[in-house]
Design a protein around this ligand. Structure first.
Ligand code: CUA
Length: 183
């Protein structure tokens, strides 16, 4: 108990019990394992992609998103959300705001894109399912990552950072299509 001063003032010079030293060694080694797992997972995992981050004014980011939507819009979801199909290799944008991911992106399988992500208002979490890529999206910062879809299908973006009352309903979509299919 530490309420009263220790009997011997140099208590930290007491010899360590064997059990204590074992626990310290276990904790230290496990810390090392977890540390190198981060490095390993970045190099060999599919989930912690390399990304770049830039300062951006939300209004300027929004303008770039709108320009892409205007240029490459191919349709509209029944919710009114535009569906956008930029050409392979293009810079593609997805914007987070309470409570949606905008717009719906259509990307070709096996082609690379530069994906730009930013938030308009508060912090959101970009979680791409089911492959489980996770990024924190802040207003004022533009995250850029190079992605190459490897599987055809519908991918859901969910917000995994609490952002307000509509947080649970904040979902988005990325649709990966066959690159030989006609639009
Ligand atoms: Cu956006 Cu939670």
């Amino acid at each position: 108990m530490a309420i009263s001063p220790p009997e011997r003032r140099l208590w930290w010079k007491e010899p360590l019990h064997r059990v204590e030293i074992i626990w310290i060694a276990v904790a230290f080694l496990w810390g090392l394992v977890m540390f190198f797992a981060m490095v390993y997972w970045h190099a060999y995992g599919q989930q912690n992609l390399s990304n770049e981050a830039y300062r951006v004014v939300p209004a300027a980011f929004s303008e770039k998103v709108e320009a892409m939507v205007k240029k490459y819009k191919v349709g509209e979801h029944k919710s009114g959300m535009p569906i956008v199909r930029p050409p392979p290799g293009a810079d593609v944008y997805m914007l987070a705001r309470t409570f949606e991911w905008y717009p719906i992106l259509q990307l070709e399988n096996g082609k690379s894109y530069r994906l730009h992500l930013s938030a308009m208002d508060v912090q959101h979490g970009f979680s791409l399912q089911p492959i489980n890529i996770n990024l924190q999206i802040h207003p004022g910062y533009e995250m850029v990552l190079t992605i190459t879809p490897k599987k055809i299908g519908d991918f859901t973006v969910i917000c995994n950072e609490y952002c307000g009352l509509g947080h649970h309903a904040m979902t988005g979509r990325i649709v990966v299509i066959d690159s030989t299919a006609q639009q």
